[in-house]
Design a protein. Structure first.
Ligand code: FAD
Ligand code: UDP
Length: 380
């Protein structure tokens, strides 16, 4: 069969590889001049540092098959994400852990004491937290909420934390020990030569052809047996019902001789600092040595028509519009919508790869049984 994959990020590359390995002919197009989508990495021309061009990407997963899959194409080096936060004139450790709590309150509490202390600070009148703010007040109390979450979240999402769902904060743990690993997954690391080389390995198959700088048009569907679309769902329909809301990011690059901040990611909790975080890319490759350093200040804002969509907003209005687009997508023949843009969800890389593997396999099974192919293999 002949397949068209729109988008050369992890979604398109992994589905394409699965189909190619089964002997099918795969064409992958991407509107950008490079592969790997938002995970694209490249060497900075001035410093030689490997840069995460669209923001910091740390691979972390509990999924052994996915971990083995990525390591097959590019060996991963050990890397543990230890994030710091500057707020109220001090530098703290994130996620909030015993060190953060003791430093913030000027105490020397042991785990049980800290747990009791934080519970005494928490607003226990909130029984079933619905919003980000309620979740924060219920679990860490007002002082920590205002220092670490309120300003950062206002900058990141462009609205008050009381307008955001609790699930956004549920991604971050609070620990009553000194574990400052940002993630709690079994596997964590960095691809030795970056994500783009990793995706290059996935695409390196005789049945796969890649065309960059090539934008999808709907008439291309006629030339293929089936299309997997990992571009924006609303974009597929020419935004005819309106635009699904996203946040976009601006990166302000600067260089430094030596070590600028001593860690890869420094968050800024206060609203008075206009950026959310500074990434110093060379700390993502601790096994390399670079005298010069390149850093990105990261600013978040509403995504305009010509901007790159980063974070799906998914509030009530967006979800209603999403439902309308999903209904339209189900009417389209020979197209399956995949990935973070095609399904309008925030997806970590490991989840993206898991869904891509499952989608390709489920597609081939259905096709072998001559069953109808759905527009979505996942819940939107
Ligand atoms: P994408 O990577 O966005 O690829 C889609 C591709 O489709 C793009 O290359 C685009 O150019 C192309 N395209 C779109 N429309 C068209 C069209 N009409 N014609 C042709 N091509 C088109 N995940 C983690 O696991 N760890 C992290 O630390 C992490 N950090 C992140 C930080 C930020 C700032 C963001 C925004 C995301 C982060 N992620 C992280 C998530 C990660 O970026 C995604 O999991 C991944 O990019 C999803 O891959 P994808 O292929 O679905 O989408
Ligand atoms: N967050 C915050 N302060 C921080 C880090 C995160 O308030 O220092 C909030 C913010 O709203 C963010 C959410 O927690 O969107 C999830 O954080 P995560 O680090 O997972 O963000 P991402 O990796 O998506 O940028």
């Amino acid at each position: 069969m002949k397949f068209l994959l729109v988008g050369a990020g992890f979604s398109g590359a992994v589905i394409g590889r699965e189909l190619a390995e089964k002997g099918h002919s795969v064409t992958i197009i991407d509107a950008r001049p490079h592969i790997a989508g938002n995970c694209h990495t490249e060497r900075d021309g001035e410093t030689g540092v490997m840069v995460h061009a669209y923001g910091p990407h740390i691979f972390h997963t509990d999924d052994q098959e996915v971990w083995e899959y990525v390591n097959r194409f590019m060996p991963f080096k050990p890397y543990v994400n230890r994030v710091k936060a500057t707020t109220q004139g001090q530098v703290f450790s994130l996620p909030i852990n015993l060190h953060t709590i003791n430093q913030f309150f000027g105490e020397t509490m042991r785990p049980d004491e800290a747990r009791e202390f934080i519970e005494s600070k928490a607003d226990t009148s909130i029984k079933d937290p619905q919003t980000f703010e309620e979740q924060a007040l219920r679990f860490v109390g007002r002082d920590l909420y205002e220092a670490f979450f309120k300003g950062y979240t206002q900058k990141q999402w462009g609205c008050h934390p009381s307008e955001l769902p609790a699930r956004i904060l549920k991604r971050l743990p609070v620990r009553f020990n000194y574990n400052d690993n940002y993630f709690f997954h079994r596997f964590q690391g960095m691809p030795e030569e970056g994500y783009t080389k990793l995706v290059e390995g996935i695409l390196d198959h005789p049945n796969i052809t890649v065309h960059l700088n090539t934008r999808f048009t709907r008439d291309q569907v006629d030339d293929y047996d089936h299309v997997f679309f990992s571009g924006p769902l609303d974009g597929f329909f020419g935004y005819e019902l309106g635009r699904l809301g996203y946040r976009t990011l601006d990166f302000e690059r600067f260089t430094y001789e030596g070590d600028y901040q001593g860690c890869a990611v420094m968050n800024y909790g206060e609203e008075s600092v206009p950026y959310t975080r500074i990434t110093e890319h060379k700390h993502f490759s601790p096994w390399e040595e670079h005298e010069g350093s390149v850093c990105y200040r990261e600013y978040s804002r509403a995504c305009g028509e010509d901007d790159i969509p980063y974070y799906p907003i998914r509030l009530v209005n967006e979800k209603a519009l999403l439902a309308d687009y999903v209904a339209k997508a189900r009417e389209v023949e020979k197209v399956t919508f995949v990935g973070r843009l095609g399904t309008y969800r925030y997806l970590d890389m490991d989840v993206t790869i898991r869904e891509a593997l499952d989608t390709a396999r489920a597609f081939l099974e259905k096709q072998a049984l001559d069953e109808p192919i759905p527009a979505f293999f996942v819940q939107t």
